[in-house]
Design a protein around this ligand. Structure first.
Ligand SMILES: Cc1cc2nc3c(=O)[nH]c(=O)nc-3n(C[C@H](O)[C@H](O)[C@H](O)COP(=O)(O)OP(=O)(O)OC[C@H]3O[C@@H](n4cnc5c(N)ncnc54)[C@H](O)[C@@H]3O)c2cc1C
Ligand code: SF4
Length: 572
């Protein structure tokens, strides 16, 4: 029998980026916030002397324990899904700070086109351009309405960056100047400019200089140590919840984080959440935490799983395309990247930061004419200098054997002389890409696992063919002696890391029939439940999501405050 605890104003399910932002904003306003986090507590001291690729980047020390909880995966609704037993395609964080501790820090704003993608596509090309099996939707909010929230996230994190030279893209003056360009990035900039494109230095949450944010938190500049993605930052230079928003919440005295507390259900009555049921995993005891407002901030996949387990909202039915929970699950596409081999050149690839990149958006969104193209949207194109980890990287030219003396010689020869020009391709919704509960497999508590039904569809496959020609062209212009262009996009492969940019499943919109959340991230069917994660994205864009996730978390925090002040009701 679960023990019922004293109530609180707001309970957070998960204390990563979104939970941390909501905690900081609402505790500053005097509200009591309890943060339930399934993983361990963390501080910057935990990251001292952690430059160990095997432990953190290969064995994924900071990620979710898949023996306790995982997902099942399949490509299509007529297949049987099987469990994701080893970390591969994406890596989900665990512990205070969530994935926000070991992320890269590339911090973009989604574009005006993204927020009104359906209307703008119809306006430019007509409705027939949208395939019948693509439930493309506007987000119920415009880019202009989002700007103040983007600014809050960028100011809090101290984003370093350069204004995008393309006028269709968000025009941002960042709080700190861009990171230093490496010689390889200079080559990328020159080659892309020669080809008529518009390169710039990517916006980064890894600080270019010492910065004090509006909350008075001061952090030092990045050391370009190269152990960034999949690692915590021992200098505090990478914006992470533990060095930005969580200390602010803690200083108010209104915030309590409870680590090792795994939430199993959102409790609700008569269309309102009453609190959550959780297990203290150190003792196995169950507790009920009552609250006036529940915030699901457990990462998109866990957010959607908890909605389905708690029976809140109508599950999506792929045949009738009705229902909203699980709908419009999207991912990203990274297979259009080409590799260039530069005989006799050395690039010092082992230094860098998780967010150091030259990038261009000429082929992103609707920045180019799609009239004669067989796909919508596109992706950014980037040369990253993220710190090349030696165990993970063994690029060799085509035709090199994959083992033996010849392989070893080629790996050594090319280790510091190989550059990749990659792309983060958008993924647009498809009626057969969705999330639901698995009928067979269960987690550590005996609850059904979340089932992911996903594959790359025609739109992505056609986009990949188009973008890979550009990544190859840039490397040739950069003077590569040999370039490897990828083959066609195959089926989604869960064994190889691509990105942790999962989106959708509880999307925002203007209509409760086609979306789960209104534009304050408030659930249509449960007015005191707010869900500020990438689950709210109605599709996935051609860039990293967290700038937009963070902005939506600030929007949700504003909505929660309004909701509490109004004494309830729908905000839209
Ligand atoms: C390796 C890596 C690199 C990335 N790089 C970038 C990048 O460069 N740019 C970018 O934009 N994005 C990047 N991301 C994505 C980024 O980290 C996420 O978008 C962001 O952290 C999402 O915030 P969130 O609050 O939704 O989830 P998180 O920050 O992951 O927080 C969720 C928290 O909820 C907890 N939780 C889950 N389930 C429960 C439960 N049932 N009960 C209690 N607690 C629970 C988790 O343990 C976790 O701490 C990267 C991600 C990874 C893994
Ligand atoms: S590269 Fe910079 S931001 Fe990343 S972990 Fe190292 S010092 Fe921190």
């Amino acid at each position: 029998m679960a023990t019922t605890l004293p109530g609180t104003d707001i309970v957070l399910v998960g204390v990563g980026w979104t939970g941390g932002i909501v905690a900081a904003e609402l505790t500053k306003k005097g509200y009591q916030v309890v943060g339930l986090e399934r993983g361990k507590p963390r501080t910057t001291e935990d990251y001292l002397m952690v430059h160990d690729e095997l432990r953190y980047a290969q064995r994924n020390e900071m990620m979710q324990d898949l023996s306790k909880e995982t997902w099942t995966v399949r490509h299509d609704p007529d297949q049987t899904a099987l469990p994701y037993r080893q970390h591969g395609s994406f890596l989900i964080g665990d512990g205070v700070g969530g994935s926000g501790e070991h992320w890269n820090g590339l911090t973009y704003r989604f574009m005006p086109y993204d927020f009104e993608i359906r209307s703008k596509t119809i306006e430019r090309y007509g409705e027939s351009k949208i395939p019948a099996d693509m439930p493309l939707q506007d987000w119920g909010i415009t880019y202009d309405e989002m700007v103040p929230y983007f600014e809050k996230f960028e100011q809090m994190a101290g984003i370093s960056g350069e204004t995008n030279p393309i006028k269709e893209m968000p025009q941002v003056t960042f709080p700190t100047p861009p990171l230093k360009e490496t010689p390889a990035m200079v080559m990328f900039r020159e080659a892309a400019t020669n080809l008529g494109y518009h390169p710039y230095v990517a916006p980064a949450a890894t600080l270019s200089e010492t910065y004090t944010n509006p909350d008075g938190i001061t952090r030092g500049a990045c050391q370009y140590c190269g152990f960034c993605e999949r690692f915590g930052c021992e200098y505090g230079a990478k914006a992470s919840p533990t060095v930005t928003v969580l200390p602010v919440a803690e200083q108010t005295g209104n915030f309590e984080v409870r680590p090792y507390c795994n939430v199993r259900r959102i409790l609700h009555e008569n269309g309102k959440a009453t609190g959550v049921l959780y297990v203290d995993t150190t003792t196995g005891e169950e507790f009920i935490q009552p609250a006036k407002v529940v915030v699901l901030s457990a990462y998109i996949l866990n957010n959607v799983k908890l909605l389905l387990l708690s029976k809140i909202g109508t599950p999506y039915n792929p045949e009738t395309q009705t229902g909203v929970i699980g709908k419009n699950y999207c991912y990203q596409m990274t297979s259009a990247g080409s590799t260039g081999f530069f005989e006799g050149k050395e690039f010092n690839l082992y230094a860098g930061t998780g967010a150091l990149a030259g990038v261009l958006d000429d082929f992103n969104g609707d920045n180019f004419d799609h009239t004669d193209l067989d796909f919508l949207h596109g992706g950014n194109i980037a040369l990253g200098h993220y710190g090349k980890r030696p165990i993970a990287n063994n690029s060799t030219p085509k035709g090199t054997p994959s083992w033996g003396a010849e392989f070893k010689d080629a790996s050594i020869k090319w280790a510091n002389s190989t550059l990749g020009v990659g792309s983060q391709g958008s993924v647009l919704p498809h009626k057969h890409n969705y999330l639901d509960l698995d009928p067979t497999y269960t987690d550590q508590f005996g609850d059904p696992l979340l089932r992911i039904t996903f594959n790359y569809r025609e739109n992505e496959r056609n986009q990949q063919k188009f973008i890979r020609e550009i990544t190859t062209k840039i490397l040739k212009e950069m003077g590569a002696t040999e370039v490897t262009t990828p083959g066609d996009q195959g089926d989604w492969d869960i064994t190889k890391y691509q990105t942790t940019h999962n989106t959708g499943g509880a999307i925002m919109g203007a209509d409760p029939k086609t979306s789960a959340l209104n534009n304050y991230l408030q659930m249509w069917d449960c007015e005191n439940l707010f869900i500020p994660g990438a689950n709210a994205f109605a599709h996935n864009s051609g860039m990293n999501p967290t700038g937009t996730v963070g902005a939506l978390a600030y929007r949700a925090a504003e909505g929660i405050e309004k909701y509490l002040q109004n004494g309830g009701g729908s905000l839209v």
